[in-house]
Every structure is written in structure tokens, then in C-alpha cells.
Design a protein around this ligand. Sequence first.
Ligand SMILES: [Cu+2]
Length: 338
Amino acid sequence: MRLRHLIVSVLLPLAAGGCAGSQSALDPQGPNAASLAWLIGAFTIVCGIVWLLVMIVVGVALLRRRGAAEPADTPLAEDPGRERRKGAVVLAAVLATVVIVTGLTVISYLATHSLTAASGEPLVVRLRGYQWWWEVTYTSPSPDRFVTSANEIRVPVGRPVRLELSAADVIHSFWVPSLAGKQDLIPGRDNQLTFTAERPGIYRAQCAEFCGVQHARMALVVVALPPDEFAAWLDGQLRDAATPANEEEAAGREVASGKACAACHTIRGTPAAGTLGPDLTHVASRQTIAAGTLPTTRGSLAAWIADPQGVKPGNKMPMVPLSADELRAVSAYMASLK
Ligand SMILES: [Cu+2]
């Protein structure tokens, strides 16, 4: 009874604990993540078997010694047959070790190799890490089709995506466990990561290298879309910011281009052209603001603009003093930037 309780209490958390979902290396949604999941599975099984064998041999040795102790007065007595058997066992163990270690090295080399392999023309996306948000730039063979966004990467299903990783300030690390392995973003060094999403879906990523006070609130989502939906979305992103539909939004645009906001943020089609913060041209089309901190709604935009330091203490956006009317107008305008 007690043993059963023990087994259940050990296995249940393992079975229930975070093995699936939108951020799990054990629930791969693309070939790159699948090869890593396969690798960890193979390592776990092989090492588990080795551990079990060692434990069995140790157990047998402990039990047998009691009965078969050699007479104390002849410690050097030789039994040629027994010596030969011992030698054979040691040789077999050494050979098995060599085979296992070599095998594991080869499969891990092959799996690592497959991480940068891509079939077909990849979509190249530049990902730049800032304290504490992600700048995302979609590149294209024609320079007038570059688009900058933040904290969200949209990708077409089935097409390889090559991320070109860089960092503006400190070392960050990009990890989207459902789709790929982990890769660092290092100031002054360009890294790459390739992945393919096989199914439409939303996959969560997280900065995986401690990068300062708001490291935990530096998330990102990868949204995988059918290719035609992706193309339509990209065309929409290429357009300038939506023109205000009413007086309130027009007043909000005045605030965004007249106040300090414009020094840090770009809103294409308006005078705002700063580059210290996320591009806001289509901010309302993204799922979250402040790198996964809040869902994008008019209310959370207002809460953020009114007091960014209260929402995400220490982040690099200062509170810009606004009147109640200005705050209402600018958040209405932000919410209209689909
Ligand atoms: Cu970071």
C-alpha cells in the first residue's frame, strides 16, 4: 500500500507537470523541436538502461560476496578459469561503454546539425533583444518590403524561418520550446536559428538568459498561420498607420506625435520616428503589449501609458505626464492601430 502511494506520488507530477501546451519541449510542433525531443528521449532511455544494469550488478555483487568469500589465508590463490571470466566481463563492459558513448555522440551531432538545416527558401526574420522586449524585422529581397514589429513573430506554416539574432544591450536568449532549440542573442555577435512550424498555432517563447530586473516579463509569441493568411497579414503590416476614424483618435495622434512618445516610438505615416521603443504602427494587431505583460486592449493600453513603471517596474519607458483627456485620446488612438 505504502509503496503504491510512493509510486503514484512520484509519477503523477511527472505525468501532469507541463509536458504539453504552447511552451513545451516535450510537445514538439515542428521538425527541429521534434529532433531535440527525440534526442532527449534517446539519452534518457539509454542512460536509464545503463543505470539499471549497474544497479543490478552492484546488487548481485553485494549479495554474492557474503557466501563466496575466499579463504583468508590464501589471498593470492589463483584460479585461471575465474580470472579469464573476469577479464571477459571487464572487456565486454569497456566495449559496451565505447559503443554507447560513441553512439550518443553521433546522434547528438546529427540532431544538432539538423537544427540549422532548412529545406526550401527560408523566411529571414531579424530578432533583436532589448531590455526587456523584442524587436522583430521581417526582411525581403526588396528593401521596401521590410516591416518592423515587436514581441510577436508571425510565420507561414510549412516554410522554414531563419532568425538572425542580435542584442542591443546585454545577452538575451530566445527559446520557443515547441518549435526550436535555445539560441543566445549576444551584443556584437550574430547568431542564427532555423525552425519550421508544421501546424497553425500560437507558441510561447521566453527570454532564457537572465538579463535584468524584467527578464521574467520578456516573453514573445510565435503565431503560425496558413501561408495565404500570412501573406495577407504581411501586406497589412506594410501599410502606414491607420488614419484616425474620429476626433478622439485624431487628438490621440496629436498626443503621440507631439509629446515625448515620438522620440522613442515610430508610427509610420506620422511624425513619430523614434527607435528606442517598439514600433507602434500596428501595435493593436499584436496579442500583447510590453512583451507579454498585458493583453492588447484599450484599457490595458491606457493603464500602460498612464503608469508604465507601475505595470513593469524598471522598464525603459518613463511615465510621460498627460492630462486625463490626452490619456483617453492617445489610448483610443493606440487601440485603433490595427
Ligand atoms: Cu532578456
